[in-house]
Design a binder for this molecule. Structure first.
Ligand SMILES: Nc1nc2c(c(=O)[nH]1)N(C=O)[C@@H](CNc1ccc(C(=O)N[C@@H](CCC(=O)O)C(=O)O)cc1)CN2
Ligand SMILES: Nc1nc2c(ncn2[C@@H]2O[C@H](COP(=O)(O)OP(=O)(O)OP(=O)(O)O)[C@@H](O)[C@H]2O)c(=O)[nH]1
Ligand SMILES: [Mg+2]
Length: 472
């Protein structure tokens, strides 16, 4: 058999010299019991390294790449560590774009650990979090938004989120970013050319063109922002605080929204003390609902602590649902709470609409102007779908989530910066302040360049890939 000379690490075959740190290895599947555990390697020389650990009918290096082979992983003493399948990828046709390989071991922490230890002892280095994907990025296999999308795919919590992440992984987001950057660059070049004119001689026609170009760029940026906002919602979800005075039915509403008796409900005001959190998914958007203690002034120290937490949730949530009892006239507590909610992202849930009406929608709209009021009955399960629709809409998932593109918070911030810079540029242009307009356009371009990942700094890459798990 041809594989005899490839008996790995038995002292007969000297290890090929590896430049240190070139070959990375890691477990690509979770630790613990499972069907299969996949170890992956990447870097120049990883096939030679695998030859010393894997014994099949023929050495892996002599097999056709991209085809699975059966064999055993053998330690330096000749002991079989596991029966495995192995595959090699020839550069550049691999995930990382480098020479790569995989060992598919029996699932379970021990076989995988033993095989990984062997690979490390043979000269591989344990990969850092996200290092495979980082190498794929460095080798131009993925752009930065695709790399970030890998994580979104992994973390998707709904089919809709997976679709949005899949679009980004296919490169849709990167394309859109590059398109905007290209247009911004054209505009900047146009503007620079005009700056060479003495001020009074700028042709009015050119000026009109420039304004129109900027308007269209702003429009495109806003469209993209909407699609990305949808993606953000699908990826990150919304933290929704259910707040209100005691006994209005916050816990009942939580339970009704979850269709599960999660929180304790009693007719006594002051039932809920601690925060009760639970997630439900609506139109693909994870809604993290937080039930809180009814807010009132209380002498009970325990209740007071709960109320403190309720107030903190009120401050920190992405969205507050102010729950009101429609069957009882508004109290001073209601009015105080309404005042403290003013200016925040808010929905009103007019609960207990199965009872004779004491509080009308109009009265609430007058109390919190511009705020949507949803009439519901937690008891009878009325109006809950509409309430959930509104939760998603209020945070910008209006229109459709259909064309949503998954992006990260980092990307969303850069897109926001782009929009703001374009807005300022437009105002400057209207006022014929050319230099200011050029500066703002420059800002927009640098924000977009951060998005397309052209020339990213090490710290940015550390931040992006540091979130990944080892082996991705
Ligand atoms: N076993 C295994 N499953 C996996 C991965 C992997 O690396 N290994 N992936 C990784 O995370 C994902 C799939 N992504 C991948 C993307 C490109 C290539 C690749 O080798 N592309 C080459 C060769 C294609 C070919 O066979 O011709 C290319 O595009 O040139 C592999 C995986 C999910 N499933
Ligand atoms: N008729 C009617 N009663 C409701 C409705 N929702 C809740 N209730 C009742 O109102 C009372 C208080 O409900 P909870 O859900 O405990 O109210 P809460 O706002 O969580 O109260 P605290 O935890 O004390 O702040 C209970 O008796 C519920 O059965 C509703 O839609 N209609
Ligand atoms: Mg409660």
């Amino acid at each position: 058999m041809t594989d005899r000379s490839f008996r790995g690490g038995d002292g007969e075959t000297p290890a090929p010299a590896l430049s240190s740190g070139d070959v990375i290895a890691a477990l690509a599947t979770p630790w613990g019991e499972g069907g299969i555990a996949v170890l992956r390697l990447s870097g120049d020389g990883c096939t030679a390294l695998l030859d010393r650990a894997f014994r099949g009918r023929v050495p892996l290096s002599r097999t056709e790449p991209w085809r699975m082979r059966h064999g055993h992983v053998i330690d330096p003493e000749g002991e079989i560590l596991d029966e495995v399948l192995a595959v090699r990828f020839a550069a550049p046709k691999s995930y990382t774009g480098e020479e790569s390989g995989e060992l598919h071991c029996h699932g379970g922490a021990l076989p995988a650990q033993a095989c990984l230890d062997l690979l490390l002892s043979l000269g591989a280095r344990l990969a850092q979090p996200g290092e495979f994907t980082r190498r794929a990025f460095a080798n131009g296999r993925l752009d930065l938004s695709q790399a970030e999308a890998v994580l979104s795919v992994i973390r998707s919590r709904s089919r809709e989120a997976l679709t949005a992440a899949g679009r980004a992984l296919q490169g849709r987001t990167g394309e859109a970013f590059r398109d905007l950057l290209g247009r911004a660059t054209d505009l900047a070049a146009h503007l620079e050319a005009l700056l060479d004119f003495p001020e009074e001689e700028i042709p009015p026609l050119e000026e009109g063109d420039l304004r129109a170009g900027l308007r269209s760029l702003k429009g495109r940026t806003e469209d993209l922002r909407q699609r990305c906002l949808g993606g953000m919602l699908l990826r990150e979800g919304i933290r929704v605080g259910l707040v209100g005075r005691p006994n209005v039915g916050k816990s009942s509403l939580l339970n009704a929204l979850l269709q599960e008796a999660r929180a304790i409900v009693t007719p006594l005001p002051g039932t809920t003390r601690d925060l009760v959190e639970a997630v439900t998914t609506h139109r693909g958007v994870p809604l993290r609902l937080v039930d809180t203690a009814g807010i009132r002034s209380s002498a009970d120290p325990l209740e007071a602590l709960g109320i403190q937490r309720a107030r903190r949730t009120l401050e920190e949530a992405d969205l507050r649902v102010w729950v009101v009892d429609a069957g009882e006239p508004l109290t001073e507590e209601d009015r105080e709470l309404a005042a403290s909610l003013r200016g925040k992202t808010l929905l009103v849930a007019r609960n207990k609409t199965d009872l004779p009406e004491a509080v009308s929608e109009a009265a609430l709209k007058a109390l919190v102007p511009g705020c949507a009021v949803c009439s519901v009955s937690a008891l009878e399960g009325v109006g809950l779908e509409a309430l959930k629709d509104r939760m998603v809409e209020v945070l910008g998932g209006s229109g459709t989530l259909e064309g949503a593109l998954s992006i990260t918070r980092r990307q969303m911030e850069a897109l926001d910066r782009t929009g703001e810079a374009l807005q300022t540029a437009a105002s400057a242009l209207e006022a014929s302040e050319w230099d200011a307009a050029a500066a703002c356009l420059g800002e927009a371009r640098s924000a977009l360049a951060g998005l397309t990942g052209q020339d990213p700094g090490e710290d940015l890459l550390d931040r992006v890939f540091g979130e990944f798990c080892i082996g991705k």
